[in-house]
Design a binder for this molecule. Structure first.
Ligand code: ADQ
Length: 468
């Protein structure tokens, strides 16, 4: 069976690309290359020219990339609007930040319709179709409506909130009912499974039978598939960084000297708890002044979605918080917090993680959080650092040997930093070994394989009766 992947953004690999960018994109590309396949989605470009939204295809080996531009109004409504100002905050349990507009919702549905129409001519009868993430929830229903009977799976990368929270979103019942068009819905954790199923039951009257959700004549399996990383590749990158003389790694080594390093790496997003984390680090330095001058926090946070006002506000807030804490606590020869708003290569990131005694991963809510896994993969097994992890990251379900914290409790996070810095080597090694074992056993290859086995093992779907 050929694999067809659909995701909001598609990056066509450079013909001469040597070093993989890592993570999900690479894993999916590998799965496609193995079987041969098609990857469809937005090119990332905006075009209002006539014909600008036509589908362009590019062949790379056994993989066909098919991309379309968005119009400016589609970008505003589908992408920035409904996906990122309504669904994203709602699904991260942030009702106060959820901005709903009917125009945005109509744009979201229209892009899903347009994607379905554009994809159909490219499909073959036994293609296995795998759709990714919240931008494209109604896509399978649009495909079914047009007669597509292939197996279709969906993977939801972000949390699925409780029915009470999701139900606050206008049209939530209509939107969640479109899940019934999938044969398999994958989410990150058992909590997400429970929330999604209870949403399906309470918002659109689905019945649960033998572990499957039944809506009309169609059955959908909802299952957790915790996403992983390429542990082995990341471990090698990190080990190589010890010898590497690349500028960022060398300069970090020199500028830190004997000082200890606490590291945070996130897209600049309010779900990641960056401002709260800076405050917790300030609290740690206030409560434990003996650490002043001896440890620093490096927060790497490249801006994302800067066109969304809530993100611009967060950018301002994190600058303000870091500036205020540095002014209050810094010394002429020591800056406690460095915020760097840049994307770094995988090599450089791996080197930073390895150099850091503490990995501070404290999202307010996160589907999984790959940084937690990258931090562990990058450690020196003979002298590993300690992961401080929010209980609200999906990763906490698997990584109980981290120091688990509530990111809303500044004091608790501050104390966890202190505990991590003081932890004896034997305990660090014990915790690290358990964590490494878990992330290795559930790496990205395992994840892709489990998902695709489950999707292809499911009986052929019943003829179309997807919810309209
Ligand atoms: P994200 O919200 O993007 O992903 P995360 O899982 O942490 O969050 O992945 C971020 C990735 O970006 C990591 O691989 C990290 O190394 C990289 N990155 C972050 N800052 C960087 C920088 N400055 N330079 C270079 N790389 C950087 C969504 C969900 C998550 C879920 C993933 C995968 O929100 O919960 O784990 O999808 O399903």
């Amino acid at each position: 069976m050929r694999l067809v992947i659909v995701s909001n953004r598609v990056t066509i690999p450079d013909r001469h690309e040597k070093v993989a960018a890592g993570g999900l994109a690479v894993a999916l590309r590998e799965a496609l290359e193995k079987r041969g396949g098609l990857w469809f989605g937005w090119s990332g470009d905006v075009s209002d020219a006539p014909g600008g939204q036509a589908v362009r295809t590019v062949q790379r080996g056994k993989v066909t990339y098919a991309v379309t531009d968005l119009s400016e109004s589609e970008r505003q409504t589908y992408y920035l609007g409904f996906s990122n100002r309504a669904l994203w905050p709602n699904m991260h349990y942030r009702l106060g930040l959820t901005e709903f507009s009917r125009t945005d919702y109509a744009g979201y549905l229209a892009v899903n319709r347009r994607f379905a129409k554009a994809l159909i001519p490219l499909l073959k009868p036994d293609d296995l179709i795998w759709i990714h993430d919240y931008h494209l929830i109604p896509l399978a229903a649009e495909l079914r409506r047009r007669g597509v009977t292939n197996r279709i799976g969906y993977f939801h990368h972000i949390p699925w909130p409780p029915a009470e929270v999701f139900g606050a979103l206008p049209f939530s019942a209509t939107l969640i009912s479109t899940m019934g068009a999938y044969d398999l819905v994958g989410v990150q954790t058992q909590v997400d499974v429970r929330n999604l199923i209870s949403g399906l039951v309470s918002l659109c009257g689905a019945r649960v039978e033998g572990g499957k959700v039944r809506m009309g004549r169609r059955e959908t399996t909802v299952q957790a598939f915790p996403i992983g990383i390429d542990v082995e590749a990341f471990r090698k990158l990190a080990a190589a960084s010890e010898r590497a003389a690349t500028r960022p790694i060398k300069a970090t080594r020199e500028s830190l000297g004997a000082r200890k390093l606490v590291i945070g790496v996130d897209r600049l997003d309010y779900s990641k708890g960056i401002v709260q984390r800076l405050e917790a680090f300030g609290q740690f330095l206030r409560s434990h002044p003996e650490h002043r001058g001896r440890v620093g926090l490096l927060q790497i946070a490249p801006p994302s979605r800067s066109d969304v006002p809530e993100y611009a506000e967060l950018d301002r807030q994190s600058d303000e918080t870091a500036g205020r804490l540095n002014a209050a606590l810094g010394e002429f020869d020591w800056t406690p917090i460095r915020v760097v708003k840049k994307a770094y290569s995988r090599n450089a990131l791996a080197g930073f993680y390895r150099r850091a005694q503490v990995g501070l991963v404290t999202p307010m809510r996160d589907g999984m959080n790959l940084v937690a896994k990258e931090y562990i993969a990058a450690q020196d097994p003979a002298d590993p650092g300690v992961l401080v992890l929010s209980r609200f990251a999906g990763a906490a379900q698997q990584m109980g040997e981290a120091l688990i914290v509530n990111p809303y409790d500044t004091h608790e996070v501050a104390e966890a930093i202190r505990t991590a810095l003081a932890m004896p080597k034997s305990e660090r090694i014990r915790r690290f070994e358990r964590l490494y074992e878990i992330i290795e056993a559930t790496d990205i290859g395992w994840w892709t394989q489990c998902y695709l086995d489950a999707l292809s093992g499911i009986e052929a779907p019943i003829q179309d009766n997807a919810p309209k």
